[in-house]
Design a protein around this ligand. Structure first.
Ligand SMILES: [Zn+2]
Ligand SMILES: [Zn+2]
Length: 246
């Protein structure tokens, strides 16, 4: 399994970068996790967009779905140019009916996932955990049977992340605030809260993502390192992870 950070900002993108979007690959199977603003301008750096097999969205905030419409146009136009009829499945929860309906398009098909049902897709298995956020949002635990990636999506701190992220090889967190700030009010986490979960869940590698647009972001890593002694990276465009054994 290989993960590439396509976008890592919270809220809105900065120059030549994107908000939440991650590409997960296994044996040629390609899954996109969230598709935030700017993602479609970054994604061709890492793959052929038409080769995507599925998209999973955690929730319907714009910094996670803004480029879904752009992705739909990409499929529409490329299908027309190449006389193909590819249809991309886009998985989302259906607790927001209007937002879920928009996953359907000429070249995409909305697929519902449910909190208590695992999804087996290609070589991957995905399970879900409801997060603490102003709108329904789901964290995902993705495994290929050999290694496991856990993505908190957007959430304030909750203890249930600890069993959910247990022994993950890679743990991608919402790190929207600095240590000592109140992230809970906004439905997000601090560097310290990300690290507390990483430590208690005994994950192998912490990837701090969903970054703030203020302060010195290098500080986020230092703050996390004071709590969690494992490997830590700040998400950046193009950051790639593979399990250390492969
Ligand atoms: Zn967000
Ligand atoms: Zn959100």
């Amino acid at each position: 399994m290989k993960l590439t950070v396509v976008g890592f900002w919270g809220a809105y993108p900065e120059v030549d970068s994107a908000t939440s979007c991650y590409l997960l690959e296994k044996d040629g199977y390609q899954l996109l996790l969230d598709c935030g603003s700017g993602a479609l301008a970054q994604l061709p750096k890492y793959t052929t967009v038409m080769d995507l097999d599925a998209v999973f969205v955690s929730h319907y905030h714009q910094d996670h779905i803004a480029d879904l419409g752009v992705l739909q146009y990409h499929f529409l136009v490329q299908n027309a140019i190449h006389h193909t009829k590819k249809v991309l499945p886009i998985y989302g929860h259906c607790e927001d009916e209007k937002a879920f309906a928009k996953l359907n398009h000429q070249a995409t098909k909305g697929m519902a996932y449910f909190p208590n049902e695992r999804v087996d897709i290609g070589p991957l298995t995905i399970t879900f955990l409801r997060t603490k956020h102003p709108v329904p949002c789901y964290a995902m635990r993705i495994t290929d049977g050999e290694s496991t990636v856990v993505y908190t999506a957007d959430s304030s701190y909750q203890d249930t992340f600890i069993p959910f992220a247990k022994n993950a090889d890679l743990f991608i967190t919402d790190c929207s605030f600095y240590k000592g700030q109140n992230a809970t009010g906004a439905g997000h986490m601090t560097s310290e809260e990300s690290a507390i979960i990483a430590k208690k869940a005994c994950v192998s590698h912490l990837l701090l993502s969903h970054h703030p647009h203020f302060g010195d972001r290098k500080q986020l890593k230092k703050e996390a390192a004071s709590v969690y002694q494992g490997k830590i990276n700040l998400a950046e465009s193009g950051f790639q992870w593979q399990p250390s054994s492969s």
